[in-house]
Design a binder for this molecule. Sequence first.
Ligand SMILES: Nc1nc2c(ncn2[C@@H]2O[C@H](COP(=O)(O)OP(=O)(O)OP(=O)(O)O)[C@@H](O)[C@H]2O)c(=O)[nH]1
Length: 231
Amino acid sequence: MVLRFPLRRSASFTLECRTLFETPDPTILTMEANVLVMGAENVGKSALTVRFLTQRFIGEYGDLESIYSRSLDVEGRKILFHIWDFPSSHGQADQDSTEEKRIQWADGFILVYSICDRASFHVLPTKVQFIKVAKEGQSPEKVPIVIVGNKRDLGHHRAVSIEEGRLLALTLNCDFYEVSAAEASHGALMVFQGLAQHFWQARLPPRRGIGIRGIVKSMSAVFARKRTDSF
Ligand SMILES: Nc1nc2c(ncn2[C@@H]2O[C@H](COP(=O)(O)OP(=O)(O)OP(=O)(O)O)[C@@H](O)[C@H]2O)c(=O)[nH]1
């Protein structure tokens, strides 16, 4: 299926998007997940999203709010992402009233900052806290949050070191990537692949250890069989 998405400004782009409904093979495991892209203004939220959707960097993205979809194959499993890209330039009042709604919609979060903009880095702890409060009652494993330091190509304007990014992510129990949406596609892809791994993990039933009872049971079964075999 070829989906046509409105893009910011007058442009539009065409995306080859194979959805779950076109996957007749029942042996392929599939799932859907909603992802919210958050962060301060101008950090590259749209650039990262469009990179993941089209592998392209188009430079200017305007301020259209959109939900995009793309499916991704990860280790033989298919995941359909719905990605809500929200421009931070929208009014603060509007943001406050609808942010909670967007957070409730989302299964996972990408928090973007620019490595050249320290203020965009400083807002992250508050955002993470806001998500955790809104998603209270759900275990952190089920609500993955990824912190992404964007604009890695602008190293000469760097205001946040990679170590600071890593440390913050560690402190907040989030994954961390530093990428350049402008330079390459693999950074955006890694971010979504990482999220996909989390979603699959959360969906798998918790692994139970065999336990002492299980070991005793298995050993008894083996010895019982041996005794029977010797008759
Ligand atoms: N050099 C460089 N510029 C980038 C990168 N990512 C985005 N930009 C530029 O940064 C500016 C903002 O990018 P957007 O993707 O519109 O940022 P945004 O966070 O969606 O901005 P809002 O919609 O205003 O919230 C644009 O001029 C992009 O071309 C990057 O990795 N490197």
